[in-house]
Write a protein that binds this ligand. Structure first.
Ligand SMILES: NC(=O)c1ccc[n+]([C@@H]2O[C@H](COP(=O)([O-])OP(=O)(O)OC[C@H]3O[C@@H](n4cnc5c(N)ncnc54)[C@H](O)[C@@H]3O)[C@@H](O)[C@H]2O)c1
Length: 482
C-alpha cells in the first residue's frame, strides 16, 4: 500500500474542491461561472491518508447552462405517453473522463442524448502515481466540457466523485435520473492490478464494489434504468473451443441446459470483471434489473468525429507498459524508432476494435435496451489478430511512411498461452446495425501519423513492460522515485 498512499498524500488531491477544480493542465479558457457545489463524502477516501478522513469533499455539478433544447431522435425508454413528443434519453456515463468514456459521452451528446459524466478522476491520479502520461495533451474535464458547450451548444453535466461512495452515487442518481447508465468507471489495466497487493486489492474493491453500488442505485432509485456495463473479452480466457456470446448450450449426461459461458480470467483486473458479470446476472434475476454486458476487445485509435472537433477535446493516448494497449503501443514504438515489443511467442490472439466502434456499439446497446430481468451479453469487437500479426501490419504501414520498424521478442511478463486456438463469436452487435471500421491501411497510416506528430513527448522509459505476473509485489521500480 505504501506507494499508493504516499503518492496520494503527496498530491493531497482529495482535500478540497480546489484540487478538483484546478485543471491538471493550464487553464486556457475561463470556467463556467455557475457551478453548484454540494458536500458529499470524499471521492478519494479509499486512496487517501487518515488525516484526510475528516476533510470535506464535493459533488461538483456543472450547470453552466440549461440542457440543449434540440429535439432528439432518440425515444425516452418507456416513459412517454402515446401523444407526448419523445424526450431525449438521459444517459449517465460513469468513467466519462477516461479513454472510452470521453469519446462515448461526446458521441451520445452529439446524437441528442442528455448526458452526464460521473468520474472520480482517479485515472489521472494513477498517471501521477506511476509517472505516466497520455501521449496526447489532455485538458482538464472542466475545460473539455466548456469547450464542448462552446462548439456545439450542448451541455454535459458533471458529477465528480467515487461510485464506491454510495451516498455520492445516490445523490447523483436522484439528481440526474438516468434512463441508461453506461459504466466505464473501473480500474482497467491488467498490469496495474498485478503490480502489488495494494493495487490488486484496490482494483477488485474499486471495480466490484463500484458496480455493486450501481446495481443498488438502480434498484433503489431508478428501476427502469438500463445498465450498459463494459466487461472484457479477457473474461473468457483462451479456451480450446469457440467462444460464444455470453452463454453456451451444453448436453451433459443426457440433459441439456444453456449456461453462462465458462470464464478463465488471467489477472486480478480480469477477475474483477468476472465478479461484476456474476453480480449483474444475479441482480437481473433477483431484482429484474435490465442489463447489457459488453465484453469489449482491445480498443485502438484516438480520433472520433467529436474528439476531432477541437484540440481541447482530444482523447488520451496511452503507450506505456501499464496502460498502453497493444496496437496503440506498437504505433508509438514505430514512430520513435523503438523496436516493437512482442511478448513471448506472439501467438496471443485477441479481439480488437476501433474506438469509433466502441461509441457506436454503446449507442446501439442504449437504443435497443435489454428487457427488465434480462442479462444480455454482447462480444464487442470487430476483428481478431495475434500480436505477431499486429506487429507485421505496423511494420508494413511504417515502411510505407519511411520508418525503419524492427521487432524484438521480450520475455512475456504475463502468464498466458502464447500459441492457442481462438475463435470468438461477435454477431449480436452487427445484427443491431454496427458498421465496423476495420483496421485498414489508411487507419494504420493515420494512427502512425498521429504517433509521429506527438513523438517528441514520448518517455522511452515507460515503453518496456515492467510488471511481472509471476513476481507480484517485488517490482517497486514500477513507481519511479522521481
Ligand atoms: N481500453 C480498452 O482497450 C478496453 C478494453 C476492454 C474493456 N475496457 C473497459 O472499458 C472501460 C473503460 O476503459 P478505458 O480504457 O476508457 O479506461 P480509463 O482508465 O481510460 O477510464 C476509466 C475512467 O473511470 C474512472 N473511474 C475509475 N474508477 C472509478 C470510480 N470508482 N468512480 C468513478 N470513476 C471511476 C477513471 O477516473 C477513468 O476516467 C473499463 O471498464 C475497461 O475495463 C477497455
Amino acid at each position: 500500500m505504501a506507494h499508493l498512499l504516499s503518492a496520494s498524500c503527496l498530491l493531497n488531491i482529495s482535500s478540497s474542491y480546489k484540487s478538483y477544480g484546478q485543471p491538471l493542465n493550464q487553464v486556457r479558457t475561463p470556467l463556467p461561472t455557475s457551478f453548484t457545489i454540494q458536500t458529499s463524502k470524499s471521492p478519494f477516501k479509499r486512496l487517501v491518508s487518515q488525516r484526510d478522513r475528516a476533510g470535506r469533499s464535493y459533488v461538483v455539478r456543472a450547470t453552466a447552462a440549461p440542457v440543449s433544447q434540440e429535439v432528439s431522435a432518440q425515444p425516452r425508454s418507456g416513459s412517454n405517453q402515446p401523444n407526448e413528443p419523445s424526450k431525449p434519453q438521459r444517459v449517465m456515463v460513469i468513467g466519462g473522463d477516461g479513454y472510452c468514456g470521453w469519446a462515448t459521452a461526446l458521441h451520445l451528446s452529439n446524437k441528442g442524448y442528455e448526458v452526464a459524466i460521473v468520474d472520480s478522476l482517479v485515472r489521472r491520479l494513477f498517471d501521477h502515481q506511476l509517472g505516466l502520461d497520455s501521449l496526447t495533451p489532455i485538458s482538464s474535464i472542466h475545460n473539455r466540457l466548456h469547450c464542448w458547450k462552446a462548439i456545439t451548444g450542448k451541455t454535459i453535466e458533471l458529477y465528480i466523485g467515487d461510485i464506491c461512495d454510495f451516498e455520492f452515487l445516490s445523490e447523483t442518481f436522484n439528481s440526474f435520473q438516468p434512463d441508461a447508465a453506461v459504466h466505464f468507471g473501473e480500474q482497467r489495466s491488467a498490469p496495474y492490478s498485478m503490480i502489488d497487493r495494494s493495487r490488486a486489492v484496490f482494483t477488485q474493491n474499486n471495480n466490484v464494489i463500484g458496480t455493486l453500488n450501481v446495481l443498488f442505485a438502480i434498484k433503489e432509485f431508478r428501476e427502469q434504468c438500463h445498465l450498459v456495463k463494459l466487461g472484457t473479452m479477457g473474461e473468457y480466457g483462451t479456451p480450446n473451443i469457440d467462444i460464444e456470446e455470453g452463454y453456451i448450450t451444453i448436453t451433459h449426461n443426457g440433459r441439456t441446459d444453456t449456461l453462462p459461458y465458462p470464464k478463465q480470467a488471467s489477472s486480478f483486473y480480469h477477475l474483477s470483471k468476472v465478479h461484476d458479470s456474476n453480480n449483474i446476472a444475479f441482480t437481473c434475476k433477483a431484482w429484474g434489473i435490465r442489463a447489457t454486458d459488453l465484453n469489449q476487445g482491445v480498443v485502438y485509435g484516438v480520433r472520433t468525429d467529436e474528439t476531432s472537433m477541437h484540440e481541447e477535446l482530444c482523447n488520451r493516448f496511452d503507450y506505456d507498459g501499464v496502460f498502453g494497449t497493444a496496437l496503440n503501443r506498437f504505433c508509438v514504438q514505430a514512430a520513435v524508432g523503438h523496436p516493437l515489443t512482442v511478448y513471448g511467442k506472439g501467438g496471443q490472439t485477441r479481439g480488437y476494435l476501433d474506438i469509433r466502434d466502441t461509441v457506436q456499439c454503446v449507442e446501439l446497446a442504449i437504443a435497443n435496451p435489454a428487457q427488465p430481468g434480462e442479462f444480455r451479453v454482447f462480444n464487442q469487437f470487430t476483428e481478431q489478430f495475434s500480436v505477431n500479426e499486429l506487429a507485421a501490419l505496423v511494420t508494413k504501414a511504417g515502411e510505407k511512411l519511411g520508418l525503419d520498424v524492427q521487432t524484438i521478442t521480450v520475455p512475456n511478463p504475463r502468464v498466458e498461452a502464447e500459441e492457442h486456438y481462438y475463435n470468438a463469436k461477435h454477431t449480436k452487435l452487427i445484427e443491431l446495425g454496427l458498421k465496423p471500421h476495420l483496421l485498414s491501411d489508411s487507419l494504420l497510416d493515420s494512427l502512425l501519423n498521429f504517433a509521429i506528430k506527438f513523438k517528441d513527448g514520448v518517455d522511452r522509459k515507460q515503453i518496456m513492460p515492467n510488471v511481472s505476473w509471476r513476481k507480484i509485489g517485488v517490482k517497486p521500480q514500477t513507481v519511479p522515485a522521481n
